[in-house]
Ligand binder design. Structure first.
Ligand SMILES: O=C(O)c1cc(=O)[nH]c(=O)n1[C@@H]1O[C@H](COP(=O)(O)O)[C@@H](O)[C@H]1O
Length: 272
């Protein structure tokens, strides 16, 4: 998918919401545990109930890997279900990969060619040759961690190195990498005060912004300086939407939470 297609979808749906499919068998409605593939059944119901309100789904692979082969199969079925039924949706494999070049190439194949995700999250710590194999894929997107939503972001990412915080070097340096047009960046919603600076470094890039909802980030604060002239934001909420209820009404309840965020987004888009 191209970023223009993503932008078209944002305009059409008046939404830049990304729903995180972080499925935990201890949190999903108990009646689903009787089914053959509870993770897939849960995802299918959430997707069917919310696909018109969001532009993206982001399964975090940890929640599937934790259940071994069966979990990986549920992930495969989920991405196939989205691609077959809602092909406009931008899909993110939240896997936070990155390794020496030949290994990164295999990670890229796994997520882009085998599973057919539109994008994958990648950690920048190993540098250019660990990220460029992902960037080589046309119309696929590499979402690199820049300034994350967690408290530990202050351990390394904001450390001064060469007179600037490390996350700024990550942004500036990566702009010069081959196929950098395929880069997006993760910036946590809990770091709203950094968006002005970040936008001055990467004015055109899409930013994946997790941390609203359960982690306490605020949508309006993020949009104030985070938006660009093509919106340029994908705001993720996982637990805040998918675990709105653990009863038989879980899908409707998820829809209600997604609708709240989408309505706020529609208002923000109208005002900009
Ligand atoms: O890359 C991510 O998506 C990510 C980066 C980050 O800085 N913070 C962050 O929370 N995430 C992911 O975003 C999701 C947030 O989930 P909720 O806090 O439940 O909305 C999880 O899948 C996290 O792994």
């Amino acid at each position: 998918m191209t970023t223009q297609q993503l932008y078209n979808q944002i305009q059409q749906k008046k939404s830049f919401l990304c729903i995180g499919l972080d499925v935990d068998l201890d949190k999903i409605p108990q009646h689903l545990l009787q089914t053959e593939d509870p993770i897939f059944e849960f995802n299918k119901a959430i997707i069917n109930a919310t696909h018109d309100l969001c532009v993206s789904y982001k399964p975090n692979t940890a929640f599937y890997e934790a259940y071994g082969l069966k979990g990986w199969q549920s992930l495969e079925k989920t991405i196939r279900y989205i691609n077959e039924n809602y092909p406009d949706i931008f899909t993110i494999a939240d896997a936070k990969r990155g390794d020496i070049g030949n290994t990164s190439s295999m990670y890229a194949k796994a997520f882009f060619e085998d599973l057919k995700f539109d994008s994958v999250t990648v950690a920048p710590y190993m540098g250019r040759d660990s990220v460029e194999p992902f960037l080589a894929f046309e119309n696929k997107h590499t979402i690199m961690l820049a300034l994350t939503s967690n408290q530990g972001a202050f351990d390394f990412q904001t450390i001064q190195a060469n007179d600037k915080p490390l996350y700024q070097t990550v942004l500036e340096t990566s702009k010069n990498w081959k196929n950098s047009k395929n880069l997006m960046y993760v910036v946590g919603a809990t770091k709203a005060e950094y968006f002005k600076e970040i936008r001055s470094i990467v004015p055109d890039a899409f930013l994946l912004v997790p941390g609203v909802g359960a982690q306490g980030g605020n949508l309006v604060d993020v949009c104030k300086f985070g938006m660009n002239n093509k919106v340029g934001l994908l705001i993720n909420s996982s637990r805040g939407i998918i675990y709105a209820s653990n009863g038989t009404d879980f899908a409707e309840s998820a829809r209600k939470e997604a609708l709240k965020l989408q309505s706020e987004m529609a208002l923000i888009l109208e005002q900009n």
